[in-house]
Write a protein that binds this ligand. Structure first.
Ligand code: 2P0
Length: 335
């Protein structure tokens, strides 16, 4: 029997990943770059035993359906194959994403699961190699293996489409998350991407500009030019949404409150507070800002949103094992 418990933080892309070149292997059409956040994470425990008679998947304490478990089994198979093992595995995963945040957690979930399997199976893969496995669970999970600013290089094959750390982001950077609507999104990223790649006339322009933005944002990070970083971030998100709106049928994740948040951020900029929006495959708005100004920005946004809808996070670290004490709080015995 072997066990491991690992924590992974979620990440928000500044240069977005949108579109797959290979749907089975999760190879992206463009490289992307993200910021890992400390406030939102997943803790995952895996136990491998030849006494088990099936894979089991528990999420937030609830045993999951056969359909959900089958998706996880498919991911577990990648590791079983790599380790040349065939035991069944029990997975117990707990999301620490405040319910009001309304954020998906597939990035932290698959990064934590990949980390726990790597340890429990004694595979000892380095994080870059491990990121190529996390990628097969969910594209954005590729980037959650590392902390700070992380690049996911699209690569040319399953072996080299991987994450690399860019900068630890230890320089007054943060985000204010505006939870506009926490209900599940109507169009999955998977479907939204496919529809955009196949039908949007703007899609080729998206891919081309994403590659240029990536070069520019890495320069801004290197010299810690926050204004440039924010401008590129906001532009990348809007270009991604523009490419979606050009799909047939158009994909629109914006809600009236998303626009309200965007306008509020513009007003803040007019008042001299540097902050910039980004949005993913849903209506929630994330405001990139100086961490030292996050409280002030949150306070200003309470003119439009309730405090429960506003969450501040600083940069997060990469994956790590839970201590025996932390694991014991979930009743997970690591011995
Ligand atoms: C990103 N998104 O870079 C982009 C921006 C949403 C918009 O990655 O199909 O759950 O599992 O690879 O990673 C969300 O999509 O999609 C995402 P799959 P994923 O963060």
């Amino acid at each position: 029997m072997s066990k491991a418990a690992v924590r992974a933080h979620t990440n928000i892309a500044l240069i977005k990943y949108w579109g797959k070149a290979d749907e089975e292997l999760f190879l992206p059409m463009n490289s992307s770059l993200s910021l890992t956040l400390n406030g939102l994470y997943t803790d995952t425990f895996v136990e491998i035993s030849d006494a088990f008679t099936e894979d089991q998947f528990r999420l937030n304490g609830q045993l999951q359906s056969e359909k959900e478990t089958a998706k996880i089994s498919h991911f577990l198979d990648l590791f079983r194959k790599e380790a040349n093992r065939n035991e069944f595995i029990h997975v117990d995963s707990v999301n620490h994403v405040p319910t009001a945040a309304g954020l998906a957690s597939s990035a932290s979930a698959f990064a934590a699961l990949a980390g726990a399997l790597n340890m429990a199976m004694g595979l000892n893969m380095d994080l870059q190699t491990l990121s190529t496995f996390a990628r097969r669970g969910s594209g954005s999970a590729t980037r959650s293996l590392f902390g700070g600013f992380v690049e996911w290089q699209k690569g040319s094959s399953s072996k080299d489409s991987m994450a690399i750390p860019v900068d630890d982001a230890d320089w007054d950077i943060g985000m204010v998350i505006v939870a506009v609507n926490k209900s599940a999104k109507k169009i999955s990223s998977r479907l939204g991407m496919k529809q955009t790649v196949e039908t949007s006339p703007f899609y080729p322009a998206w891919v081309e500009s994403a590659e240029k933005d990536l070069v520019a944002i890495k320069k801004a990070i290197q010299v810690q030019d926050f204004e440039k970083l924010g401008q590129i971030t906001e532009h990348s998100a809007m270009k991604m949404h523009g490419s979606m709106m050009g799909a047939a049928t158009p994909i629109i994740y914006f809600e009236p409150d998303s626009i309200k948040a965007i306008q509020a951020v513009r007003e803040l900029r007019e008042q001299g507070i540097l902050c910039y929006v980004t949005m993913d495959a849903g209506p929630n708005v994330k405001v990139l800002c100086r961490l030292s100004e996050a409280e002030k920005i949150k306070e200003k946004l309470t003119a439009y949103f309730s405090t429960e809808q506003l969450l501040i996070s600083g940069p997060g670290k990469g994956i790590r094992s839970l201590t025996p004490e932390e694991a014991a709080e979930y009743d997970w015995s690591l011995t």
